[in-house]
Design a protein around this ligand. Structure first.
Ligand SMILES: Nc1ncnc2c1ncn2[C@@H]1O[C@H](COP(=O)(O)OP(=O)(O)OP(=O)(O)O)[C@@H](O)[C@H]1O
Ligand SMILES: [Mg+2]
Length: 427
């Protein structure tokens, strides 16, 4: 007959005294629970969503890993050529927050774990890191996962083994994300190509139609003008004036379409911006002042010259002035400021022409759309919605930028930036 203790030993597989039996059983249950949790985390980590940003991936990894491992901060490092991207996640209440630190290192073709440890010591001085590497199929290391601790921590071997295993699973998810980003980038480029091909086709078609319409329209306008001189009765006069106005509008559309499809050739020359402002005001200034708008000039005479097509830049300025005129229609004290200046953007110096009005202004949503062809908020007879898209095309063909700043019911300011002429480009 087996003794009671022996029987228990046989049934549980635990050789122990009765006193330690429960504590061992507890330890076993705890161990099983821990393993379960680890499996759960591994399962979660294989399901990282491919559309997540790298910041979100770092946060997701940190929050999942913190369920089974203890650490103060988490770091996802991705290597791209000589650039190192550190996505550092910190606990933030219940959640995690992530920030990106980008560093350029003179790295060799491959970065070893030992090299990375050295870099990490330079980068995050007040923490100790425990890292596993992320390797692709060919064995090339492209990143690291690092647990960061303020104090030196030695993880028990089974926890470290688990952490290594995590590296394996995360590697697959991260490769999937890379693949997804690569494919979506290609799809985006393809869409852009289709879009620009479509625009080119529209441009060509528009130019064809515009040319066809130009001559009959010139005949219509000429003949109407003749008739207007001959027929003095009020009713037919009014009808002829209407025909003439509609004809002018059609001509404007045609000219815009021709410019839009960039069928016209222009000569580039050295341009003084202050002179351009004067020329343009000579063309439309009268039209503006008779509508009761006060015009102010803010000319900075120290602005260096630029290179461009006089005709085209004038066209942009006229478009901006006419838009400003329309915008101040309802303003009690309408004012337009036209000026020149100088500015630096992304390390490049630009000469600037600007047109500012105190009119209806625009909200952010509207500002996102104004450069799209045919976008207009004006009545059918008034706007074609081509002014700004044509202007943008012109400015970009000059290597410049057309920027907008506006506040609804307060002001709109359009700035036309043109690269400043260097000595080599001088005429
Ligand atoms: N200064 C401005 N203030 C407020 N809104 C503006 C201003 N300039 C442009 N917009 C908005 O941008 C839209 C597009 O302008 P755009 O010059 O391209 O076309 P349009 O003036 O409507 O027509 P077109 O210039 O072809 O006669 C305008 O309809 C208007 O809603
Ligand atoms: Mg316009």
């Amino acid at each position: 007959m087996l003794g009671k203790q022996e029987l228990i030993d046989k049934l549980t597989g635990i050789r122990s005294s009765r006193r330690s039996y429960y504590s061992e059983l507890n330890a076993m249950v705890e161990e099983l629970q821990k393993k379960n949790k680890q499996l759960e985390v591994i399962n979660q980590l294989t399901q990282i969503h491919v559309e997540k940003s790298w910041e979100e991936v770092s946060i997701y990894l940190a929050s999942q890993l913190s369920k089974v491992l203890s650490f103060d901060r988490f770091l996802l490092t991705l290597i791209d050529g000589s650039d190192l991207y550190f996505y550092i996640s910190d606990p933030c209440g219940e959640d995690w927050s992530c920030r990106l630190v980008k560093r350029f290192y003179q790295l060799g073709a491959t970065v070893t774990t030992a090299e990375f440890k050295k870099l990490l010591k330079q980068e995050i001085v007040d923490h100790y890191g425990t890292s596993v590497c992320l390797q692709n199929q060919t064995g090339k290391i492209y990143g690291f996962l690092t647990l960061l601790n303020r104090e030196k921590v030695k993880y028990p071997p089974e926890e470290f083994q688990f952490y290594l295993k995590i590296g394996e699973h995360v590697r697959i998810s991260i490769e999937n994300i890379y693949l997804y980003k690569d494919v979506s980038e290609k799809v985006k480029i393809e869409a852009q190509l289709v879009q620009s091909a479509k625009m080119a086709a529209i441009g060509e078609m528009a130019a064809g139609v515009a040319h066809e319409l130009n001559s009959p329209l010139t005949a219509i306008l000429g003949n109407v003008q003749l008739l207007m001189r001959q027929i003095k009765e009020e009713r037919p006069q009014k009808m002829l004036t209407d025909i003439y106005q509609c004809g002018l509008r059609s001509k404007k559309i045609i000219q815009n379409l021709l410019a839009f499809s960039r069928q016209e050739e222009y000569q580039f020359e050295k341009l003084e911006l202050s002179g351009l402002v004067e020329d343009v005001l000579g063309l439309v200034g009268y039209q503006l002042t008779v509508s009761g708008i006060s015009i102010h000039k803010e000319i900075d005479s120290s602005v260096p010259p630029v290179r461009g097509s006089r005709h085209q830049i004038e066209q942009v300025l006229i478009n901006l002035l006419l838009n400003a005129k329309d915008a101040v229609q309802e303003t009690s004290d309408p004012e337009i400021i036209i000026g020149t200046g100088q500015t630096t953007l992304e390390g490049q110096s630009y000469a600037m022409l600007f047109v500012q009005d105190n009119g209806i202004g625009m909200d952010k949503e509207q500002m996102d759309q104004i450069f799209n062809p045919f976008y207009t908020t004006k009545s059918k007879m008034k706007g074609t919605g081509l002014g700004l898209s044509v202007s943008l095309g012109i400015v970009e063909s000059h290597g410049g930028k057309l920027l907008v700043d506006s506040k609804i019911n307060e002001y709109s300011k359009f700035s036309l930036l043109l690269p400043i002429l260097t000595d080599e480009g001088d005429d």
